[in-house]
Design a protein around this ligand. Structure first.
Ligand code: FES
Length: 167
């Protein structure tokens, strides 16, 4: 039951559990059917509430015109170096990472069993899935644990203070 609860609700100190609590969908730690999907969808129904729900320091700049095909996903100062975060943009879950001031975006969904890579740990350009520890290189999405596995990567450009991702 513990693993299933973690898969559905996220880790006790994870983003999904925190979002559910902040959105009043459930008290943190309390089971609520589909809370991760609801909280994520609610948080991203409009872009501004997602930023508040995520507790990001700065709103994504609204005065930036992203390159063709790109979406502004967050303010570049909202994500400290060495951090990775889960963001839903255009209905797609991505994980955005800051590696020494360079930003990377990959699919949020682990190729093993769908773990949320945006809740994983980051060391250099390697993200470790929080569920079973598979590791991925942010630069090409290749799984270091099982090299035949891979996740999608997305081009990133920083325009002014905006981190923009091509979805
Ligand atoms: S879900 Fe198992 S390692 Fe990611």
């Amino acid at each position: 039951m513990g693993l299933l609860k973690t898969i559905v609700l996220g880790r006790p100190n994870g983003l999904r559990r925190s979002l559910a609590g902040k959105l009043g969908l459930s008290s943190p730690g309390a089971p609520a059917a589909g809370s991760s999907a609801v909280s994520t969808a609610a948080a991203t129904a409009a872009h501004e509430p997602a930023e508040r729900a995520l507790g990001l320091r700065n709103e994504a700049p609204k005065d930036v015109t992203p390159p063709d095909g790109y979406e502004v996903v967050l303010h570049k100062d909202s994500l400290d170096p060495g951090k990775i975060i889960e963001i839903i943009i255009g209905g797609t879950a991505i994980a955005v990472a800051n590696v020494g001031g360079s930003y990377y975006a990959i699919s949020n969904t682990c190729a093993h069993a769908g773990g949320p890579l945006g809740e994983g740990s980051l060391e250099g350009t390697t993200v470790t899935c929080p569920y079973h520890g598979w590791q991925y290189d942010l630069r090409d999405g290749v799984c270091k644990t099982h090299p035949n596995a891979k996740v999608s990567t997305f081009p990133v450009q920083v325009v002014g203070n905006a981190v923009c991702v091509q979805i």
